[in-house]
Ligand binder design. Structure first.
Ligand SMILES: Cc1cc2nc3c(=O)[nH]c(=O)nc-3n(C[C@H](O)[C@H](O)[C@H](O)COP(=O)(O)O)c2cc1C
Length: 167
């Protein structure tokens, strides 16, 4: 597993190749295996595969131009009617998002996390565009596709970020 964690990189260039339905299902299963506060699992996943919808999302998201090339995108949302502590809702969705990235990596599918929450404008525009119910909060969008760029494994050791027994 740890090799997978280091292999995961943000991929923003994709081949023109569809992702099989089984791979998408496997990625969603991984998302649903994320830890969840009170085990409420108040998440929803909107899978977008239609080119014209991906293109519109690329217009809405200021740093999401790679959506024009992506084979799919998954919008991770939280249901505020099920989890009333919105901080937990966002953390659950973040954990699910990371699982999506890792499972995609394990399938040799490239991915990049596109922030939605806490940017009000993006949250409103995406909610309107996808007609999300009132209680459903969009948290993150993941662009997916077979990689058309290679990035070396991460080498992220930050000694200054580690504190033993005291600050
Ligand atoms: C909350 C969050 C929001 C992000 N938003 C964007 C984004 O809008 N567009 C983008 O291209 N990358 C986005 N990223 C990806 C980061 O830029 C990327 O993870 C970082 O540069 C490190 O590169 P790596 O993922 O290859 O290790 C986001 C990552 C996180 C965790």
């Amino acid at each position: 597993m740890s090799r997978l964690i280091f292999k995961r990189r943000s991929i923003r260039k994709f081949k023109e190749l569809a992702i099989p339905d089984e791979a998408i299902s496997q990625i969603l299963k991984a998302a649903m295996a994320a830890p969840s506060a009170n085990n409420i699992k108040a998440w929803h996943f909107v899978v977008i595969t239609k080119t014209e919808l991906l293109a519109r999302l690329a217009q809405i998201h200021p740093y999401g131009k790679m959506l024009n090339q992506a084979a799919a995108a998954i919008l991770v949302c939280g249901d505020a009617a099920k989890q009333s502590v919105t901080g937990y809702l966002h953390m659950d969705c973040a954990a699910a998002t990371q699982n999506i990235l890792l499972e995609a990596t394990s399938l040799d599918i490239g991915s990049v996390w596109l922030g939605i929450y806490p940017r009000d404008k993006r949250m409103i525009e995406i909610s309107d565009f996808l007609n999300l119910p009132k209680s459903i909060l969009p948290v993150s969008l993941v662009a997916l596709g077979y990689p058309a760029e290679y990035k070396p494994a991460n080498n992220p050791w930050q000694a200054e970020a580690v504190h033993y027994n005291k600050w």
